[in-house]
Design a protein around this ligand. Sequence first.
Ligand SMILES: [Zn+2]
Length: 169
Amino acid sequence: MIYSIVKFGDPVLEKPAAPVTVFDDELKKLVDDMFESMYEARGVGLAAPQIGLSKRLAVIDVTFKEDPNAKLVLANPEILHTEGKHRQPEGCLSIPEFREPVTRASKVTVRAQDINGQWFEKTGEDLLARAFLHETDHLNGKLYISHISALKRDLIKRKIRKLIKAGEW
Ligand SMILES: [Zn+2]
């Protein structure tokens, strides 16, 4: 099943999500659907709040289907360690059509539970590091535009308000 992506303005995107506590077949189905929805939207990461579910769950595939082993499920992720700096344009499926350079750590270690509830740690660099931070932010109710200047953020919000008024958001 393909979910539609919740867009900026929906309060679910700006509140901390609840922990995942049950690792059952229903969760597996949800994760499959999240991957499908992410690919359909041409994204490399998707957090559950982006489909309207306030759960600490995210899926990532920075290779976009090229490497099946690159598919990652993060339940209840926590950032353990960050280092370095990397500045790159960043976007979000919930804020379509906009991209802004964001400075993030270039190397990030995350601790999370997999689809079976097993805890694991993984270190990613560059795009994967960015995805760990971007998706974990989502689960804390934070969007990437909170990392850009207030001036740029206000400009984006103003443009979005116009789009909402025009019924184009
Ligand atoms: Zn996002």
